[in-house]
Design a binder for this molecule. Structure first.
Ligand SMILES: [Zn+2]
Length: 134
């Protein structure tokens, strides 16, 4: 899964824009060098634990109980970010700013969508609606 997140924390971390991420299975991911620092803002149920490089502070990955089998890798940290090929979904449009843009023809969700079969349905925004949070 390839995504773009507009939650307020991602806005703060990115300098005001959204945050591009790529979800991979936890079983196929490991840090090969160093031990990242972990941080969880705990500002809402299911808030992700974020991992940062202990040497330079860059945001590397995130894990959320909303998607327990996935590691969300920050695209800008990839050796070759071109493998990303653009987002397949947008998350947390409820926290977007007026100057943020939605990619055309990509499903947009008010929050982070829950996996199929979970106790709550994703709150999906029609692609023709919600160009900002106002
Ligand atoms: Zn976010």
């Amino acid at each position: 899964m390839r995504g773009l997140c507009y939650c307020r924390t991602c806005q703060a971390i990115s300098g005001g824009a959204g945050n591009l991420f790529m979800a991979v299975d936890t079983k196929s991911f490991q840090f090969t060098r160093g031990t990242p620092r972990s941080f969880n803002k705990n500002d809402r149920p299911g808030s992700p634990t974020r991992h940062f490089c202990e040497a330079c502070g860059v945001h590397l990955t995130a894990r959320s109980e909303r998607a327990p089998s996935a590691v969300l890798i920050k695209v800008g940290t990839l050796d070759n970010p071109s493998v990303f090929e653009g987002p397949e979904l947008v998350t947390w449009t409820s926290e977007m700013q007026k100057f943020h843009l939605l990619p055309r023809d990509v499903p947009a969700h008010l929050e982070f969508p829950r996996p199929k079969g979970s106790d709550r349905r994703a709150t999906e925004v029609p692609s023709s609606g919600a160009t900002n949070a106002s």
